[in-house]
Design a protein around this ligand. Structure first.
Ligand code: 13P
Length: 255
């Protein structure tokens, strides 16, 4: 991470975990442990937990995000939630394009782009996820694929709006598998994403962009990953469900 150029952000992605009572308990347990963080701390929780977590996090440095939003403002989109619905609640962040959305719910680079644009227009900060599958890495197309995902997802995003975007590099083969990318692999792809953004916008824009790593980041490996110059934080799944582990990662990012 390079604190002089950009913000360091540790975000928890709770995925489909925690009911309201459990969510309240977890945030309450986290609050004191991350109170002195020298990085931004975000928890991205299920829609049904948002209200509970917003209220439990009040007065703390924990910021709240959702895990998806739709690209239309309203209408006949059963099961979807609009970006405006989130901002109206006081939600600040939203994860867009997570590989689980792409794999299991038919999200494409095009719909990810539409959701990014809608979220930014509504005033949300976007955590945009990109990353290759194992077969892509084995076929040697990680660089092209991640650059392409980045370019399509950012289509139509202005340089001004880019200030509200965080990119999370999440190699799909590292998610929930316990198989972390090596610090060098993470840094290499993060640097490539930054170079892509520099090409699309400007070098200063790219230097100011927070690029996280996600995929089996945990209390043990966080320090090494975060020591890399282009790894500006983490998007944490499993380890964000335990207050102690999450706090260790926040501490590692605060060094
Ligand atoms: P894990 O940390 O459980 O591997 O999940 C990473 C992730 O998908 C965060 O969005």
């Amino acid at each position: 991470m390079n604190r002089e150029l950009r913000k360091v952000v540790i975000a928890g992605n709770w995925k489909m975990n925690k009911n309201r009572a459990e969510a309240k308990e977890l945030v309450n347990a986290m609050k004191d442990k991350v109170a002195n963080a020298k990085c931004d701390v975000v928890v991205c929780v299920p829609f049904t937990d948002l209200e509970t977590v917003l209220s439990a996090a009040q007065g703390s440095n924990i910021k709240v995000g959702a895990q998806n939003c739709h690209f239309e403002k309203s209408g006949a989109f059963t099961g979807e939630i609009s970006a405006d619905m989130l901002t109206e609640m006081g939600v600040e962040y939203v994860v867009i394009g997570h590989s689980e959305r792409r794999q299991y719910f038919g999200e494409t680079d095009e719909t990810v782009n539409k959701r990014v644009l809608a979220a930014l227009a509504a005033g949300l900060k976007v955590i945009l996820c990109v990353g290759e599958m194992l077969a892509d890495r084995e076929n040697g197309i990680t660089a092209e694929l991640v650059a392409l995902q980045t370019k399509i997802a950012l289509r139509g995003v202005t340089a001004e709006q880019l200030k509200n975007v965080i990119i999370a590099y999440e190699p799909v083969w590292a998610i929930g598998t316990g198989k972390t990318a090596t610090a060098q692999q993470a840094n290499e792809v993060n640097a490539l994403i930054r170079a892509t953004v520099a090409q699309l916008y400007c070098q200063d824009c790219a230097d100011a962009l927070t690029i996280q790593y996600g995929g089996s980041m945990n209390a043990k490996n966080a320090a090494e990953l975060l020591a890399q110059p282009d790894v500006d934080g983490g998007l944490i799944g499993g380890a964000s469900l335990k207050a102690d582990d999450f706090a260790v990662i926040v501490d590692a990012a605060s060094k």
